[in-house]
Design a protein around this ligand. Structure first.
Ligand SMILES: NC(=O)c1ccc[n+]([C@@H]2O[C@H](COP(=O)([O-])OP(=O)(O)OC[C@H]3O[C@@H](n4cnc5c(N)ncnc54)[C@H](OP(=O)(O)O)[C@@H]3O)[C@@H](O)[C@H]2O)c1
Length: 331
């Protein structure tokens, strides 16, 4: 069969012939319909992800997909690590799969889970959000940030959601889907302190209870400074800051005083920081809820489909803000 194959870190995957997967205990061979191309695959293959060094080379990629099982059911499922979903066929555990509602197309159903489950965990587990709380999302114009902003309102009943991002059109869509206000990240924000001043003003008006950060780098640095106190008589307010992505840079410069002068709690969200009990809820509860929300229009995700045979081009194409690339073996 054909699959996306990575020869070495830093190079684009290529469309190549590989061995057919052979059925194993509890696993069946399923026909892949669509697999999402996410930042995690890009970072793993680029060699910049913390798990890159565990990628077998040459090897297949793709962490999850919508597939058709031998019994004809169309389901969403994860690939056995380190992945192999960008292929014509893959091994699937039917017990760890979730049926896709008929009204959803393959690409949309493949694009939602990784981003939306991660956003759910960030809100519920790392973020411990409560109804009525004030939530700030940095990088809200991306696929995951946008779903986090939507879920904060639609599922977790946040009182206020402030969306920060670069893309004006995407920010307008977020307002339409429930964000209470938006802060546009201008070109000067990378180096300057405009974002810090704007966020400090918003935090002073109504303190943020939770920050979901998909950017890190300069926007995170400015946000952390904005949350820090500048008064020995400042009132205590607990703000949980959840570090999730690093689109704007891998490091920040964090003055010690920021942590001493405010009720800041700095935590991370990723595969190694989600409790086992939360993972156990994904198949029976969280994914069916997310698919139902997608089907009834209370969540949206936009996709762009590429045939698997053009994986190298899809990999190299400049990403469109808020749009998830999905790879389809059927062309
Ligand atoms: N830890 C986890 O569980 C987890 C799960 C999912 C995602 N993530 C990570 O979260 C991040 C975002 O994921 P995603 O799915 O939302 O990605 P995405 O759809 O590609 O969106 C990327 C976002 O980052 C913004 N961005 C990119 N470069 C930037 C820069 N230099 N300065 C400011 N903003 C910048 C984009 O802005 P524009 O819209 O203007 O292009 C967009 O909002 C990635 O790092 C991803 O690996 C982590």
């Amino acid at each position: 069969m054909r699959a996306a194959v990575v020869e070495r870190l830093g190079a684009s995957p290529r469309y190549a012939e590989v061995d057919e997967p052979s059925p194993a205990e509890g696993l069946v061979v399923a026909e892949v319909q669509a697999a999402a191309l996410k930042n995690i695959e890009r970072a793993l293959v680029a060699g910049t992800h913390y798990a890159s060094r565990r990628l077998p080379l040459p090897g297949q990629i793709g962490t999850d997909a919508v597939v058709v099982l031998p019994d004809g059911r169309r389901v969403y499922t994860g690939a056995t690590p380190p992945g192999g979903a960008m292929a014509e066929r893959m091994l699937v555990d039917p017990e760890s799969s979730v049926e896709v509602p008929e009204t959803l197309d393959d690409g949309t159903a493949a694009a939602l889970p990784n981003a939306a489950v991660s956003a759910w965990f960030a809100l519920e587990c790392a973020g411990q959000v409560r109804p009525g709380q004030s939530v700030l999302v940095l990088g809200a114009t991306g696929v995951t940030g946008s779903l986090a902003a939507q879920l904060a309102k639609q599922r977790f009943q946040a009182g206020r959601v402030v969306a920060v991002g670069r893309n004006t059109e995407r920010l307008a869509r977020l307002t339409a889907s429930g964000a209470d206000s938006v802060v546009e990240l201008g070109p000067d924000d990378a180096a300057g302190d405009q974002l810090e001043a704007r966020l400090h003003r918003l935090h002073t008006e109504q303190p943020f209870d939770l920050v979901l950060d998909y950017l890190w780098g300069s926007p995170a640095q400015q946000t952390l400074r904005a949350l820090g106190g500048d008064d020995l008589a400042a009132e205590f307010h607990r703000t949980r800051y959840v570090q999730i992505g690093e689109m704007a840079g891998p490091t920040v410069d964090l003055p010690a005083g920021v942590l001493r002068s405010a009720g800041l709690e700095l935590v991370g969200q990723g595969a190694g920081s989600v409790p086992r009990e939360a993972f156990a809820r994904v198949v029976p509860e969280i994914l069916p809820t997310l698919f139902a929300m997608l089907a009834d229009g209370s969540l949206t995700v936009e996709t762009e489909a590429w045939p698997l045979s053009r994986i190298a081009e899809a990999w190299a194409a400049p990403g469109r803000s808020g749009v998830r690339v999905v790879v389809t073996p059927g062309g």
